[in-house]
Design a protein around this ligand. Sequence first.
Ligand SMILES: [Cu+2]
Length: 147
Amino acid sequence: MTRFLSIFFVVSALFIAPAYSDEKVIEMLNKREDGARMVYSEDDTYINPGDTIKWLPTDKGHNVEFIAGPEGYELLKRSKVNKEVSLTFDIPGVYLYQCTPHRTMGMIALVVVGEDVSNLEQIAATKTFGISKKKLSSLVTGLSLGK
Ligand SMILES: [Cu+2]
């Protein structure tokens, strides 16, 4: 009986393992609960390699456009406005994305994959526009302080 149980646990562990990859949901918003306008529901999102993020067009007029990430990353560059988009992140590092229509209005955010912040300087040096410049530097500062 004991032997049967241990085989049972080994076999179930094999089936459970793939379920560890996770899906997070981020909303595209005109106004967030904290009063911020033209924002994603999260300014920075922490995930593990292999996890997926799904962005929902909760409010109209937004999209997701990746403008920086770790070396070798390949993601859909620019999603369609008003459309849901799901992306899976395999390469560890920090990723920066913006909403194309609101890129000057601070609608930018970070994704950190696998707690790897080794490319943070490159992220900090990415060209952003208008008030997004200030937001990027505060996001980077927050990340480097481990917030
Ligand atoms: Cu937007």
